[in-house]
Design a protein around this ligand. Sequence first.
Ligand code: HEM
Length: 154
Amino acid sequence: MKSLSRLLSLIALLLAGASAHAAAETPAAAPKPEKAETELTRTMDKVNAAYRKLRKQAGDAAQNAGSLALVATIREHIVAAAKLEPFKLTEIPAAGRPKMLEGYRAKMKELLATIGELEAALKAGHNGEAANLVEAMKALQKEGHKEYKSKSID
Ligand code: HEM
């Protein structure tokens, strides 16, 4: 009996050692660095919320009134976003900033033009075209983020 309890405590000891070893092998994940939160990210978050809904319903003529309201929300926030400056500007040499800002504003202008076309398509009940324009917005988002969104905002 004594040897059984000795055996059990030996097993317990070995198990405790093994789990302590495992814990030492897997250190807690390093804390993720805080991502920069800017007025532009907050504005973009509002664009995103409306855009995600619009993407689901733009092809459905029965929802055109709601889609037009979402387009108006997106336009309002993109107009605001175009007046702001990307955080990335602070990460490049001062000499390159005016050119980057100009490119950023031009891309926003392109997006606003597409939003105008989308509004017209929805008003005309051309939902196939509207759905295509919503996808074209996605491409502009991709280009805009590739060029002007800082890696610290992901
Ligand atoms: C449908 C179009 C778009 C959507 C839905 C969208 C969505 C977003 C979202 C959700 C963020 C925040 C990301 C985060 O918090 O991690 C963001 C950030 C950003 N977006 Fe957009 N975006 C769009 C178009 C564009 C375009 C066309 C440009 C450039 C002309 C642009 C430039 C940026 C920049 C620069 C940031 C980083 C914020 C900062 O620099 O302070 N976005 N966008």
